[in-house]
Every structure is written in C-alpha cells, then in structure tokens.
Design a protein. Structure first.
Length: 317
C-alpha cells in the first residue's frame, strides 16, 4: 500500500502525538506554518528537544512539550543566522580563490595547473593518486566550462586546444569544496604561501576551510545550522579560545560557535573592517544573555558573542 499522504491538519496532529504543543486557538497559524516551512523541516528543528535522544531513528520520539511557536521562531532565527554566515563565508571564498589562482598562475603560467605534478605535494601523494585526481578534476572542469554562463569562458583565446580555461578563469568555475580540495594536494611551499596570506598555519587553514565548507553547504541547503555538530572538530582559533565552551573533559565545543570565530579569524586577513553586526544580532536574538542558551551553541557564556564586536586590531597575533 505504501506511504499515504497526510493533509496539513493530519501532519499537525502527528507532530502533537510526538509531543509538540499546539493550542486550539493557534491551529490555523500552525497549519499555515506547516504549509510554508514543511513537516520534515519543523521536525528537524524539533530534534534537539527529543528527550529520547538515544533514539533518533524515527521511533519513540518525544519532543517534550516544545511548542509550534517555538519551533517556527527557531527556524526563522536559524534562517537569519544562515543568511549572514553565508555572506561572510562567500567573502572568504572569493579571496581564497583569487589567492590560489594568483599563485598557480604566477608560478606555473596560464595552463600549468592542468599538470598536477607541477604544483602538488609529491612527498605526500603517490604518482598514481595524483594522476587519478588530475583526470577526475579535468573531467569535472570540462563539464563546468560547458555549463558556465561567464562570457569570457566562451572566448577561444581564453581556452587551450583541449577546451580548458586559463587558471584565472578556471577558479571561477570551482565550488568552495573544489578549491579546498586543490589546497589538500598542494606542495608544502605552495600551501604555506596561501596560509600565510590568511595569517595562519597550513594545518589551521585546511582545518578551518573544511569546517566552513560544511557550514556553507548547510546554509545553502536550508538545513539546521543552530544545532550543527562537527564530527571532525576544527582546530581552535587561539585568539578566541576563551570565548568557546569547554566540556567537563576539557575538550572544546563541536558546535556552531567555533565556526563563527573561525570566520572572524580569517576575516581579519580578508577584510579587517567587515561588519559582524548582523551575525552578532542574530546570535543575540537566540541567546540573549543566557549562559545556558550560549552553551547549546558552543559559546563560553552569554557575553562571548560580544567578542564579535571587538576591534579587529585587538585580535591580531
């Protein structure tokens, strides 16, 4: 018989069965929220309230009386934060791509990037692995070139005989994840040159960019950013360690706060005058001055978000 569709009212009844509150006078408004946001999206934002936290496989869920109003509010708070976080990450992404294109173009000319052996870490990666990655990269790049709407990508003088663009055009065809992957293959001197432009070590740069790539994907796919947990925790930006929550075992948080401060640390090199006011306000709307609420996002306390308001010059090494 398969899964049967539910009406909006039936969806609301199902959420109520799972422990989500909806008062009779708010039925219409809650049903409208379901139509606008969606059943599964609201259920996603309810997951942190599940008191049967060891059972998140769809069985025995109990959302412990959280209200539809709270979930809708949390959804829009999250959306506001996502929009502003994505804006800042995109600034970092553009600068990173320009740095990579400039380095590869200066050292290996317009099409030298196509030969990975020119610029990759041959001590770390075996020849076969490098060649395999090079083939995969070229196949993927050609597809991107064909789909590109960039006018210069269509001009013959910007392409080689095989249809590959110059390094300065190539970089515009890459996603953030593609660019980060190129960095992983770079030789030590090349990676060091890029990391120095961001005033950090190569290890820090790779760790931080992998974290931000994940955050960027969450933002772009309308997922729950407030409750994100990093399976692989990024390196802690030393300048902001005191603003991060530490669990009893002494380990730093794996929540969104660490990504926020990574963004600020990198932004010191990208745009030291970047205004974090929108992100700060979005966090303040969620946390207020509550230490408990701050801990759920990975901040040391309710006042830690004020670190986003500190003059950049005071945060430099």
């Amino acid at each position: 018989m398969g899964v049967q569709p539910l009406t909006t009212h039936q969806q609301l009844e199902r959420l109520i069965e799972l422990g989500i509150k909806s008062s009779p006078r708010n039925i219409q408004k809650d049903e409208e929220a379901l139509e606008t946001i969606g059943y599964y999206k609201l259920k996603e934002f309810a997951m942190p309230f599940n008191i049967n936290s060891n059972r998140q496989d769809g069985e025995n869920l109990n959302f412990n009386g959280v209200s539809m109003k709270q979930l809708v509010s949390r959804y829009f708070q999250d959306k506001n934060l996502r929009v502003n976080v994505l804006h800042s990450i995109e600034s970092i992404e553009v600068t990173l791509q320009n740095q990579v294109a400039y380095l590869l173009g200066r050292k290996y000319k317009a099409f030298g990037y196509l030969n990975f052996a020119n610029w990759c870490n041959r001590e770390k990666f075996k020849r076969f692995d490098v060649e395999k990655e090079q083939v995969y990269f070229k196949q993927k790049l050609l597809k991107k070139v064909k789909k590109s709407q960039l006018p210069d990508m269509q001009y013959g003088h910007n392409l080689n005989d095989d249809g590959f663009p110059t390094v300065w055009l190539m970089i515009d065809a890459l996603t953030f994840g593609d660019t980060v992957n190129l960095l992983k293959y770079m030789s030590k001197p090349n990676l060091k040159a890029i990391s120095e432009s961001f005033d950090c070590t190569p290890s820090e740069l790779l760790s931080w960019l992998e974290c931000l790539n994940l955050v960027r994907n969450v933002c772009c796919h309308n997922s729950d950013l407030l409750d994100i947990k990093f399976k692989t925790k990024p390196m802690v930006p030393a300048n902001y360690a005191e603003n991060l929550y530490r669990v009893k075992t002494g380990h730093y948080t794996d929540k969104i706060a660490i990504a926020i401060f990574i963004i600020q640390q990198l932004m010191l090199s990208v745009n030291s005058n970047y205004d974090f006011g929108a992100i700060e306000q979005a966090l303040y709307n969620i946390i207020g001055q509550s230490d408990e609420a701050a801990h759920t996002l990975g901040f040391a306390d309710g006042k830690s978000i004020l670190a986003l308001h500190v003059s950049p010059s005071r945060r430099k090494h």
